[in-house]
Design a protein around this ligand. Sequence first.
Ligand code: ADP
Ligand code: ZN
Ligand code: ZN
Length: 803
Amino acid sequence: MEIASVIVDVPTKQTDRAFDYLIPEQWRGTIQPGMRVIVPFGPRHIQGFVVGLKTESEVTKLREIIEPMDLKPVLNQELLELGNWLTENTLCFKIFAFQVMLPAALKAKYEKKVRLANRRAAIELPSKLQAFFENDGELDWEEALKLGIGPMLQREAANGHLEVVYVVKERVRKKHRKFVRPTVSQYELEEALQSIPAKAEKQRQVLQYFLRHYDEVELKTLIDELKTSGSTIKALVEKRLLIEFDKEVYRDPFEHRKFERTKPLPLTDAQAQAIGPILQSIDKGLHEVFLLYGVTGSGKTEIYLQSIQEVIEKGQEAIVLVPEIALTPQMVHRFKGRFGDLVAVLHSGLSAGEKYDEWRKIQRKEVKVVVGARSAIFAPFENIGIIIIDEEHETSYKQEEMPRYHARDVAIERAKTYNCPVVLGSATPSLESFARAQKKVYQLLSLPNRMNNQDLPAVEIIDMREELRDGNRSMFSRKLFELLQDRLEKKQQTVLFLNKRGHSSFVMCRDCGYVVNCPNCDISLTYHRVNEQMKCHYCGYESNVPKNCPECNSEYIRYFGTGTQKVEEELGKILPEARVIRMDVDTTGRKGAHERLLSEFKDGKADILLGTQMIAKGLDFPNITLVGVLSADTMLHLPDFRASEKTFQLLTQVSGRAGRHQLPGEVVIQTYTPEHYSIELAGRQDFDLFYQREMLIRKLHHYPPFYYLALITVSHENLINVVSATEKMVNYIRSQVSDKAVVLGPAASSIPRINNRYRYQCLIKYKREPNLTQTLKTILDQYQKDTKSGLQVSIDVNPVILM
Ligand code: ADP
Ligand code: ZN
Ligand code: ZN
């Protein structure tokens, strides 16, 4: 095999295929698929992934690989195949599909060092190499290439003797610590102990320690544990009984936290029933998808933990996905508490170095469980026994840039390969998943009750139209104000929730709650300040803002929206004595700010926590007895067909924040449309009825889960170019698909201009269109090849956010 097929790191249409390169003589037999290599490309040297080896190529004059970047493959065969699957299913460049699976530290240029993989290797290495690694020495990879011993190192890496580490320079954290270990045998230690005089008691204690623990130990730990001193150790080092050395330790973000170990709880009947089929699937090695449907506090996490236990006992591995925002210390605690050091944690709060450390624990099989946000789905495990996705309805599982994958789809694809179950958990499942469960594509498991059998909090829905009629123009209803005062007096805490998201504004009548919708698409029209028009960004429908409300003739019809800052100001006026913590993108931008603000609130440093949806999750403090939702409408009228679903999920979730412990909770939801089913049913926490109502509407308007969607977004600096290009695409697609598909557009995107580029889109709704993927590829081909036109075209298959 002297030829390697390489996907090069040049993300363009023309280069989106494997290129053949000759493997230089010295590297033959060591370069393998899944390794990264440096290759010549035009006049440049660039990175690429080896995806295959072969003996022949159609190309006659092959160029040579310059050098490998890895000693061992960074992507295994399964992940390479998954990359192809991603490319096909999300229509992305191949190079993006491979890069998304690796931690950032491997993407950039970092210093690379070779070192011993284990102690035993020191004697098993060929003698020529041994000298480089004496005294835990490391060898610079560039250096090794210059010395011409690269291929030799690579063979030893394949034998498991050597490994490569990427040195990510971090400003603050130290990664080396001082360690001590005995240099002589246990027998010799024993002898030495006899010869040390009794008055050197401290030294004797240290030797006794090493007789009990004949292993290396961190210097600091040893000193703390034996209450001894550095000079005592020094003395023993001078006697050549011990040796001090530096060692890289993982930058464990949780290292200063103690995790109390927990044991599996005896399951309730409901839990036992729910876990049964999962355990069976694990035992039999069957791929099945389960939808674990249970309110917050119904014991889902305990089911995850015990399923994972079973998987670990079988010698397999588990991936647990949690939404980024819910990946709180509390959550991590539960997994670390049960499985200790067998857990790696991956989330965006980690530095590049920390992420790399966690990833390496997975690759080296030092852990059995990974808990992480979306990208953890690519954890390089090779014997997966279960994949769990908590809060499966969360939109953050979809990546909004190339590759536009949904973690749920990737999970199912990987689980098929490993013949293992996928468990999707939620109190408010996505309509897509619940519909699949109804059709028995997924197996539905239900946990209908909270563990503590406590009632869900009382929810009161306040009609803001009435407040206005009675002369209250403030953003707080009289009821909410009254309860806020009450909680201040009782020294209990309140969470105030304001949903503000996106850049869109809708037009609403403050007298009757009427919102202007598109007659074709059943989404609210978006208000455009520039020409004071309202537009539908699915189909392009336009209309003027009415002077009076078409429903009630009121003049109070205008666009709508309030920010957290404004609410904070008003709170200061009406409740000057209240201490308020505001949490939004402005106050939580810096690393750790989110956690710090939450813990201040937990410690009682404020009476009111005011924030956007980021506060909806993970809040579980005993003193919260009131939750207020200031305007449930802002999310309800987003120009997105999922607006009702999102509103229902969010209101259910925030309501669940009150009264989780002994103190009973109350929830106040303010709205201009109290009769809307998603608000009314969220108030009653009735998912089943909500599901039925929403499915009818989805069916009527040809939306998922009845239809699939594909969204094409086109942008250009010139408005005419965008419109005409989108128009052409729309016509082309119409000519290629069946008459059962609906092709909408061109329409202005809900954000019609970003960075001086106009944005138009085409939305395709379809059931079965075998030809569509090819049609979309053709469009991409054409426009991505034609870089001179300045048009940017992106395609999102199964989009989650349609704004
Ligand atoms: P969910 O993940 O659905 O929110 P949890 O698994 O967190 O629910 O359970 C809610 C609470 O009930 C937790 O405090 C948990 O420790 C406790 N719990 C769960 N299962 C049991 C059980 N079988 N016996 C006793 N307590 C339990
Ligand atoms: Zn009206
Ligand atoms: Zn429309």
